[in-house]
Design a binder for this molecule. Structure first.
Ligand code: SF4
Length: 340
């Protein structure tokens, strides 16, 4: 494959995400000649960020922090796929195979946390991509960020599908004492077929739940987001019940849920995936997803079903069950799913 030279001199500094986008626009991802290909076949491009904490609007939190862009977990429903387009990359294979690593993130974060104007508001960590995807084992940007946040007495809500989070239980405990910390392990379903099909690069759901048990046992407010529940794959009553029961059996302190929503590049990717792998299901998805979300009726029905299951398995009575505000790390996170 031919490669294109970078359009700027890297010198000793990593390029910014804007420079990466310009380079890819001119020459495709092949132009990222400094991106390192690793054993997982993904390519990792180090970048410099100008800011670490990103201000967001219209969410239940005002600040986000994401050490990586792109995610090798490669979930087909991932809402963050559409963000990769900002870097002139596609929301399909490139989302899961070209990962941007914010090499200077911790240094920038420390400066921001030290500003007198910083009000120590809640920071949502891992909203765009998974902070515990495998490359974190090498860079440890998430761990160092948590250490900085603990020193800066800034509370976090952290979302992940990575059992590697247990490696950091010590710093999560420090942060819990210093400011507050909630870990939301994403386990949409314990159904093995749905897991293999929809979340090809993730750890087994039970491995994720064992991580929740360990964190909760260490005194950390750790629970589960059944998010997203995917119509036709994980939305049946029996699968929902098995999942809620297994979550309860693993000592989760709370459970929240969210039905899949599809927007922009994520929608295009998901529909192409269904058309290719499950063509018989395509017309149904097209009918259900005429808008970003499926119809209210479905969502309410399954929301009610999950509520009943939470009560049946005692998840609503747990001492540290999170309040709705804490569960709502994604927009409309209390939406749950529907029977298909
Ligand atoms: S683990 Fe999260 S961020 Fe990564 S692909 Fe899956 S849904 Fe997206």
């Amino acid at each position: 494959m031919s490669t294109h030279p970078l359009l700027f001199s890297l010198g000793s500094r990593n390029p910014t995400t804007r420079q990466i986008a310009d380079t890819v626009k001119a020459g495709g991802t092949a132009a990222l000649t400094d991106a390192e290909r690793r054993a997982d076949e993904a390519r990792y491009q180090e970048v410099s960020c100008r800011s670490a904490l990103n201000r967001v609007e219209g969410m239940p939190f005002r600040w986000t922090l994401n050490p990586y862009r792109g995610c090798t977990h490669g979930c087909h429903y991932c809402f963050a796929r559409r963000y990769h387009v900002q870097f002139e990359m596609d929301a399909d294979d490139e989302f899961a195979s070209v990962i941007l690593v914010k090499r200077n993130l911790v240094e920038v974060l420390k400066r921001e946390l030290d500003r007198p104007a910083w009000m120590r508001e809640l920071v949502a960590l891992g909203t765009a991509t998974d902070p515990y995807q495998p490359i974190e084992g090498q860079y440890r940007l998430t761990r160092q960020s948590i250490e900085a946040l603990a020193r800066g007495r800034t509370p976090i809500g952290l979302v992940t599908k990575g059992p590697m989070v247990v490696r950091d239980r010590d710093v999560l405990q420090d942060l819990s004492s210093a400011a507050g910390c909630t870990v939301y392990m994403s386990v949409p379903t314990v159904d093995e077929d749905a897991w293999r099909i929809l979340e090809p690069g993730t750890a087994h759901p039970l491995q994720r739940l064992r991580a929740v048990r360990e964190l909760a046992g260490a005194g950390i407010n750790a629970g589960v987001l059944m998010a997203p529940i995917v119509p036709g794959f994980s939305s049946s009553r029996s699968k929902l019940e098995r999942t809620v029961k297994t979550i309860a059996d693993h000592g989760a302190r709370f459970v929240g849920c969210n039905v899949m929503y599809l927007q922009d590049g994520t929608r295009t990717h998901f529909m192409k995936f269904i058309e290719r792998e499950f063509p018989a299901m395509l017309p149904r998805f097209e009918r259900l997803y005429t808008k970003k979300y499926p119809p209210d009726g479905y969502r309410k029905e399954v929301q009610g079903m999950v509520r009943v299951l939470q009560e049946r398995y005692g998840l609503n009575k747990r001492e540290d069950a999170s309040k709705p505000r804490e569960v709502a790390l994604e927009p409309e996170a209390t939406q749950v799913g529907f029977a298909w």
